[in-house]
Design a protein around this ligand. Structure first.
Ligand SMILES: Cc1cc2nc3c(=O)[nH]c(=O)nc-3n(C[C@H](O)[C@H](O)[C@H](O)COP(=O)(O)OP(=O)(O)OC[C@H]3O[C@@H](n4cnc5c(N)ncnc54)[C@H](O)[C@@H]3O)c2cc1C
Length: 407
């Protein structure tokens, strides 16, 4: 068994980060990456941003084929893993190939959520892969208008892109505010006002009822306040983790593959990383969908695989989103309970940051076109340095002077 490879299932961001750590540690020739897409790992964030604007923009590989060849990493692409036999330490691939593993890491990510009962329709899109993005880009080039179900990050990024392309766009959000699961009310309100000012039609508390299809196209959605005629539609209603393989193999899953702080599943011989995982943190259950989480969990998994004594994963979640002229950056997470928010103006006109305190502790910062303030907040949280709300609020005192001296 010891000669068998470290197999990573999934060839996305988390798999790539793990692969890079293992290569850096000199273990490239032991690594085998198995993916279901027909491409080497590539950047997903641009798919809702630059990629949609430019018909010639290619997907950006995270590393090219020459890197994998030089590192000795074996890549099996376009060949999903369909079964996992934990007793035999082997995987069954769609091609019929059977793959033995010495150590196994599941990095199967998540997929775009769809609506139950909707038949396939040529004008209904989701956005998770480069293939999805190509189809959406072609549709946008020819469409009269786009309707987006869901006012989360991906829906709003696409809405802003669509508006920049001069296409009418409507966002239908079921909740009372935009990005309601991820950002503060103040940031939701700011983003709503900016998008509306840019000509994007946004309806909140938009209840969407029965869809009408004709000739494999969605033509109309009934809503509480009337019917919405549909030309092209993007379903941007969240993602669901790809846990089927783990579940069928009997691993503990709960809307995500359950992992401990060392990225071990309920079978300690098998690790999992990235969007497909769920873990306990600060007394809650978390599943994060971000590049930060994919990269940081991959680093912990590499140390676990190589027999080091890694620090258990202690996430400092951070995320960014580009929506038209707004670059949003967030770091930290709020706990349930009262929040005191301090707003600080940024260096550019219209830019600002929101510093959220709970029980006098800085828990989270949201920055709008204020990257320098975001970086200071991130470093403060990383270093465990706690500023007072009064100090943050004082415009005469530069934020960077709060940072501990380097070295
Ligand atoms: C359009 C878009 C924009 C985004 N923008 C941002 C952003 O601005 N900032 C940010 O932090 N994050 C962003 N994200 C989220 C970020 O891309 C994800 O958090 C990250 O890709 C997670 O990495 P992962 O490896 O866990 O999953 P993925 O990158 O999804 O990779 C998982 C891979 O595993 C494959 N797979 C699944 N099952 C199998 C199987 N059985 N066999 C083989 N392969 C399998 C999947 O098809 C996929 O290729 C964005 C995501 C999308 C879709």
């Amino acid at each position: 068994m010891s000669g068998d490879p470290i197999v990573i299932v999934g060839a996305g961001h988390a798999a790539m980060a793990l692969c890079a750590s293992l290569v850096d540690a000199g273990h490239g020739p032991r690594v085998c990456l198995v993916g279901d897409e027909d491409a080497l790992p590539y950047q997903r964030p641009p798919l809702s941003k630059a990629f949609l604007k430019n018909p010639d923009e290619p997907a950006q590989p995270l590393r090219d084929a020459a890197w994998f060849a030089a590192a000795g990493v074996q890549c099996l692409l376009d060949d999903p893993v369909q079964s996992l036999d934990r007793q035999a330490h082997s995987l069954g691939l769609r091609s019929g190939r059977s793959l033995a593993y010495g150590q196994l890491v599941l990095a199967t990510g998540a997929r775009a959520r769809r609506l139950p009962g909707w038949p396939a329709a040529s004008n209904v899109h989701v956005l998770r892969s480069a293939q999805d993005a190509r189809a959406l880009r072609e549709a946008l080039a020819a469409c009269r208008s786009l309707t987006i179900l869901g006012g989360g990050f991906i829906g709003l990024e696409v809405a802003a892109t669509c508006a920049a392309l001069g296409k009418p766009v409507t966002v239908l959000e079921a909740g009372p505010r935009l990005m309601g699961r991820a950002v503060s009310e103040a940031l939701s309100a700011h983003v709503l006002a900016q998008h509306r000012a840019a000509g994007i039609r946004i309806e909140l508390l938009a209840e969407v009822g029965a869809p009408s299809f004709s000739h494999q196209r969605l033509v109309r959605l009934d809503g509480a306040s009337g019917a919405y005629a549909v030309d092209q539609l993007l379903l941007a209603i969240g993602a669901q983790p790809n846990t089927e393989l783990a579940e069928a193999a009997g691993l503990a899953c709960a809307d995500g593959i359950v992992v401990d702080g060392l990225q071990r599943t309920s079978d300690p011989q098998i690790l999992a990383i990235g969007d497909c995982t769920r873990f306990a943190w600060r007394g809650a259950d978390l599943r994060l969908e971000s590049i930060q989480n994919a990269q940081d969990q991959a680093r912990v998994a590499a140390a676990t695989l190589l027999g080091g004594s890694p620090q258990p994963y202690q996430p400092l979640p951070w995320f960014w989103s580009e929506q038209g002229s707004m670059r949003l950056q967030m770091v930290g997470l709020l706990d349930p309970g009262p929040v005191r928010t301090v707003q600080r103006a940024g260096a550019q006109p219209g830019s600002f940051s929101l510093f959220h305190f709970q029980q006098e502790l800085l828990r989270c910062t949201e920055a709008v076109n204020a990257p320098a303030d975001f970086m200071v907040a991130r470093k403060l949280l990383e270093a465990g340095v706690q500023p007072t709300p009064e100090r943050i609020a004082d415009p005469a005192q530069p934020l960077r002077t709060l940072l501990p001296a380097a070295g």
